[in-house]
Write a protein that binds this ligand. Structure first.
Ligand SMILES: Nc1nc2c([nH]c(=O)n2[C@H]2C[C@H](O)[C@@H](COP(=O)(O)OP(=O)(O)OP(=O)(O)O)O2)c(=O)[nH]1
Length: 142
């Protein structure tokens, strides 16, 4: 008798921000106990079923790091299949709004501004390879 195939896990839609200021990009670190714990990443999170991805990103940036952001154009779109979790990542260029509070680690392990030399692939989730290449190029002014 053949085993019943596992149902495919649903695709998770994620919006994340590429925020560059004065030659540095804003990164957050994933909390202990979370999927990919300890990895550095671009701040953001899951888009709810009824949400515009840009609105989801503004909400996540408020919740995670307490900033007010303006969300611009897509930098990269990446599909990645984590074990038991396929994700579609929308990476948007974004900027801190005038008068926004400075980023604070409200619901992340840490937050920091990073230079191009700090963007080593192995510190990030495997899905971030393509966006990291684009961010390095942007930081280099290309
Ligand atoms: N925000 C963000 N998420 C990323 C990046 N790269 C990457 O693979 N991801 C993945 C990690 C997570 O699986 C997913 C974001 O979901 P999340 O942080 O809201 O939720 P989570 O999986 O920790 O939460 P949960 O399932 O435990 O509720 O996208 C990135 O650069 N930024």
């Amino acid at each position: 008798m053949s085993a019943t195939p596992e149902p495919s896990p649903p695709l998770v839609l994620v919006a994340a921000a590429v925020i560059i200021e004065r030659g540095r990009v804003l990164l957050t670190q994933r909390k202990a106990g979370a999927h990919l714990e300890g990895a550095w990443e671009f701040p953001g999170g899951k888009v709810e079923a009824d949400e515009d991805p840009r609105d989801a990103l503004i909400r996540e940036l408020r919740e995670e790091i307490g900033v007010e952001a303006q969300v611009g154009d897509i930098v990269e779109v990446t599909y990645h299949r984590y074990p038991k979790k396929p994700v579609l990542l929308l990476f948007y260029a974004a900027a801190l709004a005038e008068g926004s509070p400075a980023p604070a680690a409200l619901d992340v392990a840490a937050v920091r501004w990073a230079e191009a030399a700090d963007l080593r692939d192995e510190l990030f989730p495997p899905a971030d390879v393509a966006v990291l290449a684009k961010v390095r190029a942007r930081l280099a002014g290309a």
